[in-house]
Design a protein around this ligand. Structure first.
Ligand code: GRF
Length: 234
């Protein structure tokens, strides 16, 4: 995902944690294929997550994920960013839809829009993203090829809190895969995607169970800040 720059405003503290309702209400924001969205839906269906998807939003009407979300009967909303004058007014539309859906947690899953603080701050601590690299390495796009070009021996995926700095929010959990000499960006992407489907539900579960929280721009677990690389998945 991409997100916007902090325009010099002091970040507020993390927003209130979820209510103690039985099921957390998850909103998922996508732009494309939606495989991570499906991993979350499956985790709800199997009761791995005490949660349900209350809304899927896409800024792309052709998004495969949006189409399949409709097919399986999830509440969906298409919000076309092109009709808004600027990023803030698009974010305002997102915010309204998320509030109306009473979303507890917002999951970015291949959502290819820059978010502004207007959208990020109201959900600080309840807004997370999955990124296909071992952050802090390779924020932004084209992560797999960049890891190969750099001669890295391993790559992976990261679930992290979203803060106004692009792909720099505190890390919750990471999973690694080896990079083989035969790997291309495509083979690496598919190995990492499998790991994404494992760690995104795990990260969401940690949030739902309030085992990890965001405080003062750190991911906190058992009263201590997690290391910069978060938890390593087994
Ligand atoms: C994933 O690789 C995710 O890490 C990145 O965008 C891709 C989305 O894939 N943020 P999908 O739409 O979930 O299949």
């Amino acid at each position: 995902m991409e997100n916007g720059r902090n325009k010099g405003r002091a970040p507020p503290s993390a927003t209130k944690t979820m209510s103690t309702r039985d099921e957390a209400r998850l909103a998922i924001l996508i732009s494309g294929r939606g495989s991570n969205m499906h991993s979350i839906v499956d985790a709800c269906d199997s009761n791995f997550l005490r949660a349900r998807v209350c809304l899927v939003i896409s800024n792309n009407s052709d998004s495969k994920g949006l189409i399949s979300a409709r097919e399986i009967g999830l509440p969906t909303k298409y919000i076309d960013h092109r009709i808004y004058e600027n990023r803030e007014s698009f974010d305002q539309a997102l915010l309204s839809a998320l509030k109306e859906a009473k979303a507890d947690l917002i999951l970015l899953a291949g959502f290819m829009r820059i978010l502004t603080p207007l959208m990020i701050y109201p959900f600080l601590g309840r807004l997370i993203n999955i990124h296909p690299s071992l952050l802090p390495k390779y924020p932004g796009l084209n992560t797999h090829q960049r890891a190969i070009d750099a001669g890295d021996k391993e790559a992976g995926a990261t679930v992290h809190f979203v803060t106004p700095e692009l792909d720099k929010g505190p890390v919750i959990i990471q999973a690694k895969v080896p990079i083989l000499s035969t790997d291309t960006a495509d083979t690496l992407a598919s190995k990492i995607l499998e790991k994404e489907h494992e760690i995104y539900p795990l990260g969401v579960q940690m949030l739902i169970e309030q085992r990890v929280t965001l405080e003062n721009n750190e991911a906190i677990m058992n009263g201590s800040a997690l290391p910069a690389k978060g938890i390593s998945s087994a």
